[in-house]
Design a protein around this ligand. Structure first.
Ligand code: HEC
Length: 237
């Protein structure tokens, strides 16, 4: 939450503008409404809950004729060292969840798949004719990712302590990575073993994973084309 109070500071050392917003974290959302399930970790939860400032760093660029203008946001950070927002939430215990359960997706009491924000419903129009195909092809590839043990590493608690965490555990995360999944499996760069060396997959497992991943990638492609077509129609009726 943002209370409208901000400051703009030129940071001499970084040669960047720093825009600081007085902010507060909404800690009472249902667990399925947080796009990144950091609540598997007690420390992370406490940090987010105590956050009172968002900082956006804007780079500078030379726009010619001696003019300097601001560029897009280079980095965003949150911190617990800002001014207090009146809406700062009182600390609550984190939602019941442990990383050991490895349940990155679950069904709520109303029978809906959670986390809701990571589903295709939030990415595509409700009348996109490819939704069903997206769902079935995703389920097929999710099973193969599990069989191939990809989810031993590519999940939010980052068991492998990767510097750049690639997430594959929900439909939306998997969707964003599918072409890279196909490429790295084809080239034999993935999966890795426990000590980080490329691990050979059986031909059977590999061909199953690849064919399911390709079908999912094709469904994504068609869904995107449909979205682009309808928005183009909206612009030029
Ligand atoms: C033992 C842990 C481990 C396993 C198992 C594993 N990965 Fe990875 N994966 C990594 C690490 C570490 C990286 C590198 C991240 C980086 O570049 O910083 C990575 C990177 C990737 C990337 C990004 C590659 C790129 O182009 O940047 C993809 C896609 C990927 N893995 C897919 C998979 C798939 C699919 C499987 C299962 C077949 C799998 N991984 C199994 C640890 C693992």
């Amino acid at each position: 939450m943002f209370n409208g109070v901000y400051s703009v500071i030129f940071d001499e050392r970084e040669k960047m503008y720093r825009v600081e917003l007085v902010a507060a974290f909404r800690n009472r959302l249902a667990p399925g409404q947080f796009p990144y399930p950091f609540w598997h970790d007690e420390n992370k939860w406490a940090l987010y809950q105590g956050a009172n400032q968002l900082t956006m760093w804007f780079g500078l660029k030379n726009s010619g004729q001696g003019k300097i203008s601001t560029e897009h946001i280079k980095v965003m950070q949150f911190s617990t060292f800002g001014k207090d927002h009146t809406g700062i939430p009182t600390a609550i215990t984190k939602p019941e969840f442990t990383a050991e359960q490895k349940q990155w997706m679950w069904t709520d009491s109303a029978g809906k798949t959670q986390p809701a924000v990571t589903l295709f419903d939030n990415l595509y129009s409700a009348n996109n004719p490819n939704l069903k195909k997206l769902d079935t092809t995703y389920r097929a590839v999710a099973l193969e990712l599990r069989n191939a043990e990809c989810l031993n590493c590519h999940v939010p608690d980052n068991p492998d302590k990767s510097k750049r965490l690639v997430l594959l555990q929900t439909p939306a995360h998997a969707e964003a990575e599918m072409s890279r999944v196909i490429k790295s499996v084809r080239q034999g760069r993935m999966p890795l073993d426990e000590i980080g060396i490329e691990k050979r997959m059986s031909d059977n497992l590999k061909s199953h994973l690849l064919s399911k991943a390709e079908a999912f990638a094709e469904a994504i492609h068609e869904a995107k084309i449909w979205e682009a077509g309808t928005s183009a129609k909206r612009i030029s009726p």
